[in-house]
Design a protein around this ligand. Structure first.
Ligand code: GTP
Length: 598
């Protein structure tokens, strides 16, 4: 295809503003989908993604469109993930495009991820067409939202399109705008040495690793021998194709085009996103600017509830990592929890998604330890250690300073909830940087320690704003802080899975909260059990679980035998999920519940 008739674009939006619905409509209108297939939202194709209404892996689809002027165009839509944890994948998808549709819910207005995503698009110089969606809703206020886009984002919005992805209203106008308002890709030389960007890669059970590529110069053909310039490895191209949205093989891809190649690459790690692909025997002289690798920022331990499931967990974790280069893992042993893995994630949502997939798709019950961030520890001898497991904390006498990661958070919230959000941020050691208004919404910018955010910041934010706040963040830097390791002792025995690194000023409160919780969560035993939080040897909080006197079945008054039986059975089932600590048994739920701080 002539590059002049190609348009490569993304849709950027806040979660739920209708990106997937619009994408499906575009596919449908251009003939790629029947009404029935349309129902099964094609672009969000992972079960979990659909359920949570989030997109994680970028999907791509090629559309054929004959414009009103009679010209035929090829439109490549690259989907972008919609969540804060995956900002990195967003910017990667965007760099394969020339333009983006900015979809804003006309009833809801601009939200935090709208901002983050549109700034990412502006950063890579994309042309942006604002689209006001859900115009069919009675609550839609297109004029207000138009003004808001101009005020808050600072881009021209008077010619924003008004559409309803749900009813199909205005979809043709979107296609015309893509053709006429977004630029064509630069006209590269199809005969030049191949230069293609590896935009994304994932594992396919039939074809091995699939590489999503954007051709800059030259022509990619089936049968070619290509080199991945970053790794230096060479491969035979077994197939070249495009997504419509199912995979269709084509003979070749030329400059400006987006498609895939498969080349019997075994692991996603070998097909590094951002790498430049060229021809082995006629390489291009320079590489394309790549991407920084995605770095895990949140860590936690994952342990099987049943120790016999360890091998299954290992299998599952390895398979997951095959397809998710931003997920890292290494073996870990815990005195409390046995064998498991220390895993790294892009953020809390990524953690939750992986945990759920492990439990659901691979059928292993898991215990998750408290999420931790990466601390930079400067030792008295000058050495600097990256610490992401509180269990590995060196002896405090050898520590000079500890630095923790800080983030810049942007929060948009309706006026009436502002007070609650301010309090939450202050409680979490936040430093207010900005407070501005956009209509009846406040936009807050705070600097916060990431360690205060990983616990339950989202949950708290949601509850203090009844779900009306939106939140986005970026890492800024490591800063020194007065941080200490807090241990939890049950019956004088430290429970390693519950130890955490906290700010000294917050330690007592956290410790007290943890002890109180555990007191309710650990079943009573025949003896008294002290539950303590300690920093070094100093106890900072303590609760005592009193001894059990009566038989659990006593409250059944001996009358109903079947009820008694049931109670005993239930107790027995519960036993399997118990962990033994010295003489004390702690149920698995206690860990999960205790690790949810509030
Ligand atoms: P992510 O995949 O998480 O990024 O969300 P999304 O932006 O793709 O949102 P999605 O397309 O899944 O739409 C969210 C909800 O809004 C769904 O319930 C849609 O049916 C609904 N919706 C989308 N477009 C419209 C519209 O034009 N009008 C109305 N009334 N509802 C819409």
């Amino acid at each position: 295809t002539n590059p002049a008739n190609i348009r490569n674009f993304s849709i950027v939006a806040h979660i739920d503003h209708g990106k997937s619905t619009l994408a499906d409509r575009l596919i449908q209108v251009t003939g790629g989908l029947t009404e029935r297939e349309m129902k099964e939202q094609v672009l969000d194709n992972m079960e979990l993604e659909r359920e949570r209404g989030i997109t994680i892996k970028a999907q791509t689809v090629r559309l054929d469109y004959t414009a009103r002027n009679g010209e035929k165009y090829v439109l490549n839509l690259i989907d972008t993930p919609g969540h804060v944890d995956f900002a990195y994948e967003v910017s990667r998808s965007l760099s394969a495009c020339e333009g983006a549709l900015l979809v804003v819910d006309a009833a809801q207005g601009v939200e935090a991820q709208t901002l983050a995503n549109v700034y990412a698009a502006i950063e890579v110089d994309l042309e942006i067409v604002p689209v006001l969606n859900k115009i069919d809703l009675p609550a839609a206020e297109p004029d207000r939202v138009r003004a808001q886009i101009e005020d808050v984002i600072g881009i021209e919005a008077h010619d924003a399109l008004e559409i309803s992805a749900k009813t199909g209203l205005g979809i043709e106008d979107v296609l015309e705008a893509i053709v006429h308002r977004l630029p064509a890709p630069p006209a590269g030389d199809p005969d030049a040495p191949l230069k293609a960007l590896l935009v994304d890669s994932w594992y396919d059970a039939y074809l091995g690793v699939i590489c999503l590529v954007r051709i800059h110069e030259g022509t990619l053909k089936k049968g070619m021998r290509v080199r991945l310039m970053g790794t230096g490895a060479n491969y035979n191209v077994d197939g070249v194709g495009v997504f419509r949205p199912t995979k269709i093989n084509v003979d070749s891809l030329g400059p400006g085009e987006i498609g895939f190649l498969n080349a019997s690459i075994k692991q996603v790690r070998d097909a590094r996103v951002g790498d430049t692909i060229t021809e082995e025997k006629r390489p291009t002289s320079s590489m394309l600017p790549g991407f920084k690798p995605a770095i895990p920022v949140v860590f936690c331990g994952l342990f099987p509830v049943d120790a016999n499931d360890f091998e299954d967990l290992r299998d599952a974790v390895e398979r997951l990592a095959l397809n998710d280069a931003s997920f890292s893992f290494e073996m870990e042993t815990s005195a409390a929890l046995g064998f498991g893995f220390r895993c790294g994630f892009l953020g809390l949502l990524h953690l939750e998604v992986i945990r759920e997939r492990l439990e659901r798709e691979y059928d292993v019950d898991l215990i998750t330890t408290a999420p931790s961030v990466i601390y930079k520890i400067k030792m008295t001898d000058g050495e600097v250690i990256d610490l992401h497991n509180p269990a590995d904390m060196p002896d405090p006498v050898r520590i000079d300073t500890i630095a923790e990661p800080w983030i810049k958070a942007t929060i948009l919230v309706p006026d009436e909830y502002l007070g609650g959000v301010l309090k939450l941020c202050e409680d979490r050691r936040g430093i207010q940087k900005e407070l501005t208004y956009a209509g009846s919404r406040a936009m807050l910018v705070y600097e916060l320690p990431l360690n205060e955010v990983v616990f339950d910041f989202y949950d708290r934010l949601k509850s203090v704003t009844k779900g009306y706040a939106s939140f986005d963040y970026q890492f800024i830097e490591h800063r020194e802080g007065d941080l200490v390791k807090m241990s939890i002792l049950v019956n004088e025995e430290p429970v390693d899975a519950l130890s955490m690194i906290v700010h000294r000023a917050r330690a007592e409160m956290r410790g007290r909260g943890m002890c109180e919780k555990l007191k309710d969560l650990i079943p009573r035993h025949m003896f008294k059990i002290p539950i303590q939080a300690a920093i070094g040897g100093r106890v900072i909080a303590r609760e005592t679980l009193s001894a059990l006197r009566k038989d659990v079945t006593a409250k059944c008054y001996g009358g109903d035998a079947s009820r008694k039986r049931k109670l005993l059975d239930k107790q027995k089932a519960g036993k399997k999920k118990m962990r033994q600590f010295g003489r004390v048994e702690i149920p698995q739920e206690a860990f999960i519940a205790a690790l949810k701080m509030d």
